[in-house]
Design a binder for this molecule. Structure first.
Ligand SMILES: NC(=O)c1ccc[n+]([C@@H]2O[C@H](COP(=O)([O-])OP(=O)(O)OC[C@H]3O[C@@H](n4cnc5c(N)ncnc54)[C@H](OP(=O)(O)O)[C@@H]3O)[C@@H](O)[C@H]2O)c1
Length: 311
């Protein structure tokens, strides 16, 4: 019986993925789940981004679920997951795209660009002497595939970068600390805080009003992880009071961010619609094919997600 890979995503380009995967997966039929899957029993692999509830139940012989992205919170939290290995994309090009976004957002604050944008709207020449990058303390929460890469790019620009994670990490040139007890001091010494944590039961609401208050007055916050890692109401209040001077937000509690949300109207907030980094078919197709090959050979897959840990 021939094997099938079923694809589901409302955002990603199916034809491009199929065109790249087909030559790497000879003998595997690649279909979209909305198309007729000729024989659901032939489906061995699922390449998915936020499939609907009940999606997996149609495929009794599934052997591998590949999450079409790095963040797996929408997958591991659900109750209808099949008992098969789940992998995520772990792609250097995706990490570079994310690092580019973070670098842009940090440089924008480090070079006082929002102040110049405001001044320009008022036709006002507003000289602010540039600061040394080394005088700006950038804290990166989460030192995984994406966080570590972004921290390194920031360090290369000369910022005083520090990182925080769950377990201790060693990153060349970047002082790192780990665990909840290290968090208050870490927050208190971050002029710019970059949130790059996965959303898990432990990180949900981690940056609540109390922890946001630990940040130095006038700091900037960049969230590219998941909205619920930060208490959005507390963040909005901190931005309104000026305790947090500026924020760049790519992720939100509810997406799309509802039109009535006060964040839209805040002059000190830059909003982007959850695209800091996306799955890149050209560079990720090979690792998907490699994992399919591993399943066929009965070997352990790479970039496996631990549903209990949540990432
Ligand atoms: N906005 C976008 O476009 C976009 C795109 C892709 C991904 N993302 C988000 O970015 C997140 C990070 O991606 P990634 O690939 O870097 O993830 P990852 O490789 O799984 O790394 C996660 C990092 O967070 C740390 N961490 C997890 N739980 C923690 C806790 N309770 N306390 C402290 N540190 C904790 C981990 O610590 P350890 O190192 O000790 O395990 C690790 O350093 C994704 O989960 C996703 O939500 C967003």
């Amino acid at each position: 019986m021939s094997e099938t890979l079923v694809f589901y995503s409302e955002l990603d380009p199916f034809e491009q993925w199929r065109g790249l995967l087909a030559p790497l997966l000879p003998g595997v039929r690649i279909v979209r789940s909305c198309d007729e899957v000729v024989d659901p029993a032939s489906v061995r692999y699922a390449l998915v981004w936020k499939p609907p509830v009940g999606f997996f139940a149609r495929f009794p012989n599934l052997q591998l679920v590949i999450n079409l992205g790095a963040g797996v919170d929408s997958l591991v939290g659900r109750g209808d997951l099949p008992d098969v290995p789940i992998t995520r994309l772990s792609d250097p090009d995706m990490a570079r795209m994310m690092a580019g976004y973070v670098l842009f957002a940090v440089l924008r604050y480090a070079r006082d660009i929002p102040a110049f944008e405001r001044a320009q709207r008022e036709r006002r020449w507003h000289y602010l002497h540039p600061r040394e990058p080394s005088s700006i303390r950038v804290g990166v929460l989460g030192l995984g595939e994406l966080g570590a890469r972004a921290a390194q790019e920031l360090a290369r620009q000369g910022f005083s970068v520090r990182g925080w994670s769950r377990s201790p990490k060693v990153l060349e040139g970047i002082p790192c600390c780990a665990g909840q007890e290290a968090l208050p001091a870490f927050l208190a010494s971050s002029d710019i805080l970059v949130v790059m944590l996965p959303l898990t039961p432990q990180t949900r609401g981690l940056l609540d009003a109390e922890r946001l208050a630990m940040l130095p007055p006038g700091c900037c916050l960049i969230n590219v992880s998941r909205g619920p890692v930060v208490d959005q109401a507390a963040l909005t209040a901190a931005l309104a009071s000026g305790h947090i001077a500026e924020a760049t937000l790519d992720v939100f509690d509810r997406e799309p961010l509802p039109p009535e949300d006060p964040l839209w109207g805040m002059d000190n907030v830059l909003i982007t619609p959850h695209l800091a980094s996306v799955a890149l078919p050209a560079s990720a197709a090979e690792q998907i094919a490699a994992n399919v090959a591993r399943v066929r050979e009965g070997r352990e897959v790479q970039h496996r997600v631990d549903p209990v840990r949540g990432y």
